[in-house]
Write a protein that binds this ligand. Sequence first.
Ligand SMILES: Nc1nc2c(c(=O)[nH]1)N[C@H]1C(S)=C(S)[C@@H](COP(=O)(O)O)O[C@H]1N2
Ligand SMILES: [Mo]
Length: 429
Amino acid sequence: MPADDRGRNRPDENQLGRRRFLAAGAAAGAAALAARTAQATTDNKAGPPAVPDWTKQLGPGVGDRPYGTPSPFEKNVVRRTVDWLTASKESSVSFTPIAEQMGIITPSGLHFERHHAGRAEIDPKQHRLVVHGLVEREMVFTMEDIRRFPAISVVRFIECPANGGMEWRGAQLERCQYVRGMISCSEWTGVPLRTVLRETGLKPAAKWMLAEGADAAAMTRSVPIEKALDDAMLCYGQNGEAIRPEQGYPLRLLLPGWEGNMSVKWLRRLEFGDQPWHTREETSKYTDLMPDGKARQFTWFMEANSVVTFPSPERPFDGKGFYEMSGFAWSGLGRVKRVDVSLDGGRNWQTARLHDPVHAKALTRWTMPMRWNGEPLLVMSRAQDETGYVQPSIAELRKVRGTNSIYHNNSMLTWHVKPGGEVENVQLK
Ligand SMILES: Nc1nc2c(c(=O)[nH]1)N[C@H]1C(S)=C(S)[C@@H](COP(=O)(O)O)O[C@H]1N2
Ligand SMILES: [Mo]
């Protein structure tokens, strides 16, 4: 891993407060910090009292960039792929850099991508959504029709159920981006599906809905009618602008809290029927092979999960001292109620602080102040949601699920912090 890829993190003296730093009796730490500050002053040709180049000349004018992009100094905060994971770029996945994400909203350009047949590039004027089958009135909607319905916006995550799927048999990936980065969280705008279904009507026999994408995969999934009428949405907006092509422009189905696979992108068809279709994506894929050789089908919910994003393999500690540990927790069944953090591999636990807002079925930010004295740590986080469900350990999950599965590995991760501050992904027995 290149050194500039590690995103080293420094303790921020302003955030922690110099007084608290001293009050805690960290005299040695304070001396080191003072020395570092003095060094920074002599080394730095740009900070005060020096006058840097960018202060001496006019900057590029307004309108220079009609659509803004991040600073070039943030060039390492990007989606990444794992070469050996997939056979082709068209059927592949890129991971969100969750360790570098701030707050709970994933920037649209960093939303993870999972395409089965590449990204469809769709002209919204040509795009249609057909609703047919067991409805009172079969209808075809243009994008303009869909945008005329009363709109809502909600903050929700999308998570591929294969998130963590490479680690059923052991830890093997050295970035939390790869270990848990098949999740992103956006503010989605669109119309509740039930509003649109009021126009088409539903026949009493309609118990299932088939959603189909307009991409070359024509991806299809069966959705029970209860979910379609509950919080399913037809989305055309993402984080304040039109949904990105990678996320299904111009129209995607959103099934909050359920397998990302079911949130069909580039949505073109909804068919209503009296039973599920048993498509490829719900038979040969997205089923869970159990220890007895049988496969569980229709395991729709994304259960409570969490990750420590700092410290993490890509964001190690830089010296002893005070730090604010941080991470995410989420649950597809509602709100995160509590996150506990252990520094000793699960022997002792402390409850982390959850940051507002805590949305249902959304990434929730947690933090925990700590002091690191250079001792090795086994850092873990454990999420609990409002249903009372507690995130399992990998050992507990294996007892029930064995190791044949790909999907739905929501077990706790363990980061081994070494004396130098580097962080390694490990699994406890
Ligand atoms: N039409 C279509 N919809 C799709 C897919 C696809 O390949 N085609 N991939 C699915 C999978 S497996 C996941 S996990 C999510 C990923 O959404 P994202 O690419 O916006 O992150 O979209 C789902 N919807
Ligand atoms: Mo997926």
